[in-house]
Design a protein around this ligand. Structure first.
Ligand code: IYR
Length: 331
């Protein structure tokens, strides 16, 4: 796979394609980042962006993982001490998941976001940005709470991180796109360069294929799940035999989350997927391409129950090293 393909595969959006093509010309040693508000346990949302980081490392890029402790504090995720402790656990799980230790740098936000220069630049950005603009950038990150001043400072700091971490590329889930757009608009006001961004998709809710899978609502799969829990979750997932399920009765769009998990989580990390079946049901099926598996589900060749069983097995293999690490850390 060439560098451009590695950078863009499974991306929902790249901003802009031309800038990403430039970067793909010579990716070696270039720096990409993702920031996460620390939470103790990694879930599939984290792992989807981590898969992209692994792609970038394969293309020779260096990766910075920002443990966004100050952002988590602003977003009321706990006391500063608790946030720091959970960040350490996160770090260990990312490495267990398969990020290359040599090409990964972990940085705490508080290491540079409380410095004088950063603070002064932040105040400069505050002067350049209307409250309305900052609030819009936060809409998908903040949830339903009433906006506080901290929610307006948050996207401005995220904007500055791109400059202060000396990055060539910002990566994030699609929920981060408005912050990255704000950054593209505002960094030039401070005479800083604009950087490209890559946004990963957000998987639909496992139980009904509607909306977005999230750790705060509905079911998500995390590094904490036992093999049995994971199997139960996957087996109860919504999986009609199609890529394009009908909207629900109230008109809400639906996806097939089982297929999405194969596409975004399993195929990028395994060369070959084997669906084990007894001879009397046609014997094993082997896939090296997501499209073939999706086509077989649509044609009826692959039964949803077999697809789910296989998905659970591969997801379990992906989360097992992180799960062990978590147990080690807690003992
Ligand atoms: N907004 C992210 C956390 C975050 C990301 C980056 I990239 C930063 O520079 C700072 C914070 C979230 O929603 O988790």
């Amino acid at each position: 796979m060439d560098a451009y393909e590695l950078l863009t595969r499974n991306a929902e959006e790249v901003v802009t394609d031309e800038e990403i093509r430039d970067l793909a010309e010579d990716p070696a040693g270039k720096r990409a980042y993702v920031g996460y508000e620390p939470s103790g346990v990694l879930h599939l949302g984290h792992l989807l962006t981590a898969n992209k980081l692994i792609d970038l490392q394969e293309a020779g890029m260096e990766v910075v993982i920002l443990l966004a402790d100050v952002h988590a504090y602003l977003n009321e995720k706990g006391s500063f001490e608790d946030i720091r402790e959970t960040a350490e656990q996160m770090k260990a799980q990312f490495l267990a998941y398969g990020l290359d230790e040599e090409l990964t740098e972990f940085v705490y936000g508080s290491e540079f976001q409380l410095e004088d220069d950063y603070t002064l630049d932040l105040h400069h950005l505050e002067r350049e940005t209307t409250m309305n603009r900052a609030q819009r950038a936060m809409a998908e990150i903040q949830g339903d709470e009433t906006a506080k001043v901290s929610h307006l400072v948050y996207p401005l700091m995220q904007t500055l991180d791109i400059e202060y971490l000396d990055l060539d590329l910002a990566v994030g889930g699609l929920d981060q796109r408005k912050v990255h757009m704000l950054a593209r608009e505002k960094l030039p006001d401070l005479d800083y360069e604009v950087r490209p961004a890559i946004h990963t998709p957000i998987v639909a809710n496992l139980t009904d294929g509607e909306g977005k899978m999230s750790s705060s609502e509905g079911i998500t799969i995390s590094m904490e799940d036992s093999t049995d829990e994971l199997e139960d979750k996957v087996n109860s997932a919504y999986c009609p035999p199609t890529r394009d399920p009908e909207p629900s009765e109230d008109g809400t769009e639906r996806e097939n989350p089982v297929l999405e998990l194969f596409e975004y989580h399993v195929f990028p990390r395994f060369d070959e997927i084997v669906v084990e079946r007894p001879e009397k049901y046609g014997g094993d099926l082997t896939y090296d391409d997501y499209e073939d598996l999706a086509a077989d589900l649509e044609s009826g060749e692959l039964h949803p129950a077999d697809a789910k069983g296989t998905l659970a097995t591969y997801l379990d293999e992906l989360i097992a090293p992180g799960r062990e690490k978590l147990h080690e850390l807690r003992d």
